[in-house]
Structures are given as structure tokens and as C-alpha cells.
Write a protein that binds this ligand. Sequence first.
Ligand SMILES: *[C@@H]1O[C@H](CO)[C@@H](O)[C@H](O)[C@H]1NC(C)=O
Ligand SMILES: *[C@@H]1O[C@H](CO)[C@@H](O)[C@H](O)[C@H]1NC(C)=O
Length: 357
Amino acid sequence: MMGLLRTMMPHKVQLLAVLAFGLALLFMENQIQRIEESREVLERTMARHEGAESEPRKGGAGGQVTPSLSEADDVVVIYNRVPKTGSTSFTNIAYDLCGRNGFHVLHINTSKNNPVLSLQDQVRFVHNVTSWSEMKPAFYHGHVVYLDFSKYGAEGKPTYVNVVRDPVERLVSYYYFLRFGDDYRPGLRRRKQGDKKTFDECVASGGPDCAAEKLWLQIPFFCGHHSECWTVGSRWALETAKANLVRQYLLVGLTEELEDFVMILEAVLPRFFRGATQLYRTGKKSHLRKTSEKKPLAPETLSRLRQSEVWKMENEFYLFAQDHFHFVRDHAVREKDGVVSVLPQSFFYEKIYPKVS
Ligand SMILES: *[C@@H]1O[C@H](CO)[C@@H](O)[C@H](O)[C@H]1NC(C)=O
Ligand SMILES: *[C@@H]1O[C@H](CO)[C@@H](O)[C@H](O)[C@H]1NC(C)=O
């Protein structure tokens, strides 16, 4: 062809033709490369989509809380603590460990300590918690009642944990807390400061701060953001609270047995709680927050409270939580020579086919 061009065209035109031909070649090569690149992008995207069906996606970019706890880097744990359940000692462990174990701890401060969020705040909270990837993994704690994340179109759910306490003990503790504060923030002036009336005297005189209705708190905290949850004495609220406790909570411990709770939590969520048991055992005193001036109850006070329907229901809920926690604990730990330890993995796989040659 070049020979033909040489014989047919003048020298300059020949040169131009060769140049044009070269340019055309370059252009075509460039186009082919771009098509090639697009194809690779498409293939990668398709592979990602196929993969997403069988394994959880990583990273918070998609606004997803990974359901798998072993992929703990974007796990969100919510501890919606009930007031006066001895929960501060547990929260302090999270604060002590967050630097070392590499996660964030955030306190949910609601205005006026209102544990019920407005509908718009519920939507904001769910969106914020699921999409705030800079904070993941995260441990949120605060006096907020249970919130069902799946209701708000969010992908994935946070991991809920909590602690419950004997309902009368909790109320008595709250009663004195309002009057005398605690040694955690001793200087802080409390709402009922100066009122010297004991809990027994309050019950005997039928005061409002120790009325049986005031026991209605752990049930609504586990029941959630529904009107019926706050209807004192509602059987539906009790059943909903029970159902949430077993279905929506990873683990619910007891104030009275906090060490076992911490130990099991460390075994279940090591990404967060590695080292928690040791910290709890060695720092027991420093982690304990005692309400000042707490007095033992008179038997008449107890029998009077126990006659109420509200006590019966709150106590039923507490015993339900206790049974469940003991069941979990008995399957999770063993005691040998007075030393309690978590059981190692006790399942394995066999008969795996087809055989790898
Ligand atoms: C919550 O926020 C309010 C207002 O900013 C503040 O006065 C209060 O101390 C906070 N509560 C806690 C427990 O830090
Ligand atoms: C979540 O809320 C905090 C505080 O309001 C804000 O700084 C942060 O940007 C929010 N994150 C997302 C992902 O919305």
C-alpha cells in the first residue's frame, strides 16, 4: 500500500497520509482501551452484587449495620439503660476499654431525660446511628426506651444489650438518689434534696414518689415507643417487653450478677469487651456507684408494694429476665474450683463434601 501511495502521490501528501493513518490507529487503540476499562468496572460491580447476597457488605458507606457480629468493625451496640440499675459501673468499663479496643462510646443525652423520642427524632436517630460510619464500631448508651430500627427502613439493626434489677430495689435506689444523690457526682443538687422522709415512711403515708405505679419502668423500657407500653398495668406491654427481651436483645444481665454479664459479653463481643472481665474484677470498687444513705426496707413496706398489680407484673418481667439470663449463663460458662470461666467453642464441622483432593 505504501508503495502504491509513493507512486501515486507527491512526497508531502504521502507524509500527511502516513501521519493521519497513525493518528487513526492511536485513536482506535484508545477507544478499545476505554471499552476494556468499562467492561472491567461492570464486571467488578456485578461481582460485588453477587457477593453481597452471600456475605455482609463491609463499611458504612451503604448505611448498613452489618448483622454479623464477628465482622465487628461496623457493629453498633446500644445499651438503653434503665435508671438506677447499677448501670454506670458497666458504662465505665466501656469508657475504659474504648481507647484500647478501638471503638467509640457515645452518650445519648435526651432533653429533660425523657426516654421517649418524638417520631421525627426516632427517624433522625435511626438514620444517624446507621450511617455515621466514622463512629463505627460504636457503643451508644442512654436512658432511651427500646426502638425497633427495622421500622424506619434502615438496613441492618444495632445490637441491643441491657441490665435489669429487682423492681423494688430499683425504685428504692431511685427514691434515695433523688434525695441524697450518690458518690458519683456528690456535689450535684438533686430534685428532692432536703426531704428526709425514708422510703418506709413514704409508703406508710402513701406518698407519690414511692407509689406502686412508679415501679412501672423496666417493662416500658423494653416494650418501647408505643402508647400501650406506658399504660400502667398493661398485659400487652408486659408480653411485648418479654418478647423484645428474648428476640431483640443479644444479652440482658442482672444488676445483682453483673460480673457474669460482663464475662459473657466479653466472650460474645470481644471486639468491644476484650479485657472487660479483668477490669471489672480488679476495679470493682472504683466502678461501683453507690447511692448514699440507702436504708433496708421494713417488711410492711415490702408486703404493701407486693400487693399491687404493678409490682406483680414488673416482678414477673424481672423473673423472666432472670430465668433467661441464667439459662444463657449456664450454657456459656463453667465453674471449676470456685473459678468461673467461659466455655471454649464446642461445635465443629465434619463430613464435609465433596472432598478436596
Ligand atoms: C445533658 O445535657 C444537658 C444540657 O446540655 C446538661 O445540662 C446535662 O448535664 C447533660 N446530662 C448529662 C447526664 O450529662
Ligand atoms: C450524626 O449526628 C452528629 C451530631 O448531630 C453529626 O455530627 C453527624 O454528622 C451525623 N452523622 C450522620 C452520618 O448523619
